[in-house]
Design a protein around this ligand. Structure first.
Ligand SMILES: O=P(O)(O)OC[C@H]1O[C@@H](O)[C@H](O)[C@@H](O)[C@@H]1O
Length: 294
């Protein structure tokens, strides 16, 4: 018997933004005429899904991710701000990923849909980090790319310094069959091996164990070679690139990861880590990561 045809998604004439509930969280779904879509939650201003025009999900989101606000969401593009990892006195990766941000703008056009979320200091952030600031995440979905930008303004009257990252969890079919190109000749701090500084001499980086590296001063675009989930990555403003995969044992210790979850992710993060960003009173900074299917 002939199978009934799957319903065809309606073809959009222009970008569209809809409010949705995503695992109980308030979120926006962005859609563009190519068929690509993305989901961004107000919690963490976090991209939680990006499906390209070919129907493939490109971001890893853990099947055990917690969506009740009690913990950061494991997957998508968490925003690490104003502290990367444990490089300071704040909670790991800062507080931005566990705060609810406010929508600060949206627009659509023939071939894009864009939303922004803002986070400003309040009594709770000042208790942790005594600075006046305004951070903004802008997510721009186009037919064939996704751009995520973090902007930070020092709204106080004293200088401030921060480290930050867009902690993108890229979905791969099998991390052991994936590799990353573009880091040749760069120095990195190997956080999985006692923070030693190493110079990368391989033309491509493969994955055979726990990987936790901060590459310094990366100026070239990168290529994640992962079969039909391959992506080109580019960044501006962020000088560093973090490459992370927890592998078997560390993954098993993470309550919000399935035991085999590590196989299906590769974090390639646009980051400002080695040298903190310093802003004088009234000064601003921005950094962007762009993901393009290849
Ligand atoms: O489990 P978390 O807090 O989300 O952090 C995940 C990882 O994030 C990476 O960016 C860090 O380099 C790792 O050291 C860290 O373990």
């Amino acid at each position: 018997m002939k199978k009934p045809a799957a319903p065809r998604p309606e073809r959009l004439a222009a970008g569209l933004i809809e409010s949705i509930d995503f695992h109980g969280l308030a979120a926006l779904r962005l859609r563009v005429p190519s068929g690509a879509s993305a989901v961004v939650s107000a919690f963490g201003a976090q991209v939680l899904s990006w499906t390209t025009a070919d129907g493939r999900e490109r971001l890893f989101l853990s099947e055990r991710a917690v969506f009740d606000g009690s913990a950061p969401i494991r997957g998508g593009v968490p925003v690490c701000f104003p502290q990367f990892a444990g490089l300071g006195p704040l909670p790991k990766h800062g507080f931005a990923r566990t705060r609810t941000w406010s929508e600060s703008g949206r627009s659509t056009g023939k071939d894009y849909a864009m939303v922004s979320f803002a986070l400003e200091d309040d009594a709770a952030t000042r208790r942790l980090w005594p600075h006046a600031f305004r951070a903004e995440i802008t997510v721009n979905l186009e037919n064939n790319r996704l751009d995520v930008e973090l902007g930070v303004d020092n709204t106080g009257d004293a200088p401030l310094a921060f480290t930050a990252a867009l902690h993108s969890y890229l979905r791969v079919t099998e991390v052991e069959d994936s590799y990353l190109e573009g880091l040749y000749g760069h120095e990195y701090r190997d956080a999985a091996r006692g923070d030693r500084i190493v110079k990368d001499t391989g033309t491509r980086l493969g994955f055979e164990g726990e990987t936790d590296r901060v590459y310094h001063g990366v100026r070239r675009p990168l290529l994640v070679n992962a079969g039909n989930l391959s992506l080109g990555l580019d960044q501006e403003g962020f000088p560093d690139v973090v490459v992370w995969n927890p592998w078997v044992e560390r993954c098993a210790a993470l309550a919000d990861m399935a035991p085999s979850g590590w196989r299906h992710l590769l974090c390639v993060e646009a980051a400002a880590v080695r040298v903190p960003v310093t802003l004088a009173a009234g000064e601003g900074w921005s950094g962007r990561q762009s993901l393009v299917p290849v």
